[in-house]
Design a binder for this molecule. Structure first.
Ligand SMILES: O=C([O-])CC(=O)C(=O)O
Ligand SMILES: [Mg+2]
Length: 213
């Protein structure tokens, strides 16, 4: 950790990242709305969790983090477990009145190759993320700073924006919002998304053609 604090109150559980990065990259080129349609419109996070940068898409492997409201010790600890291509997904208890993430942690994420951050709670230093090139999503923004006492967890399944997120799941975000996908089904989901995308291109071309007549 870049902070000198005791993190013994944080439970850390290892997990496997099995998603093929090429498949993650390929599916992230499609709209979240379309991916969600293919999944029978399930698996999307609560609409209240909004993009705080214009950087698109967000895509990677879920690194799940649980914190107490207003406390971010587990987020600091999670950076030691992060691998390039991870997305920090944080259950911060939906609390929007105290930020648990900011520009310093953002710089730490970029240094570790973290691909994005999603917080069911608040962040601050919101102007810094664009320049860092780090896509961030959150339920809220607040200048009030966090405590660093714990407890919390890194690597255990969490709830975020009403969706269960397990370590190694795939998460994709665009301007509409976020969706979480099981890594094992990624190739199959991508094939279905590509079929649906081709169908919609044809449909749209027909509509535009029709409008001209
Ligand atoms: O103080 C914190 O841990 C959150 C924050 O503002 C930062 O990371 O810059
Ligand atoms: Mg800060």
């Amino acid at each position: 950790m870049f902070l000198e604090v005791d993190a013994s109150s944080i439970t850390v559980v290892p997990f496997e990242r099995t998603a093929d990065p090429a498949l993650v990259e390929a599916i992230s080129q499609h709209p979240v709305a379309l991916i969600g349609d293919v999944l029978q419109r399930m698996g999307m996070m609560a609409a209240a969790i909004r993009p705080r940068t214009a950087i698109r898409p967000l895509a990677g492997s879920v690194l799940p983090v649980l914190v107490r409201e207003g406390d971010n010790l587990a987020i600091h600890r999670s950076l030691d477990e992060a691998r390039a291509g991870d997305v920090l997904v944080v259950n911060a208890q939906g609390d929007v009145n105290r930020a648990v993430f900011g520009g310093l942690l953002g710089a730490g994420c970029v240094a570790r190759g973290i691909a994005g951050v999603v917080i069911d709670g608040a962040l601050r230093d919101v102007e810094e993320f664009e320049e860092l090139g780090l896509p961030v999503y959150s339920r809220g923004v607040s200048p009030a700073g966090p405590y660093k006492h714990g407890p919390g967890s890194v690597g255990l399944p969490i709830a975020c924006g009403n969706v269960v997120c397990t370590g190694g799941d795939v998460i994709v975000g665009d301007g509409d919002g976020l969706i979480v996908l099981p890594a094992a089904d990624l190739a199959d989901i991508l094939a279905r998304v590509e079929r649906q995308a081709a169908y919609e291109v044809d449909l749209k071309a027909g509509l535009v053609g029709g409008a001209r007549r």
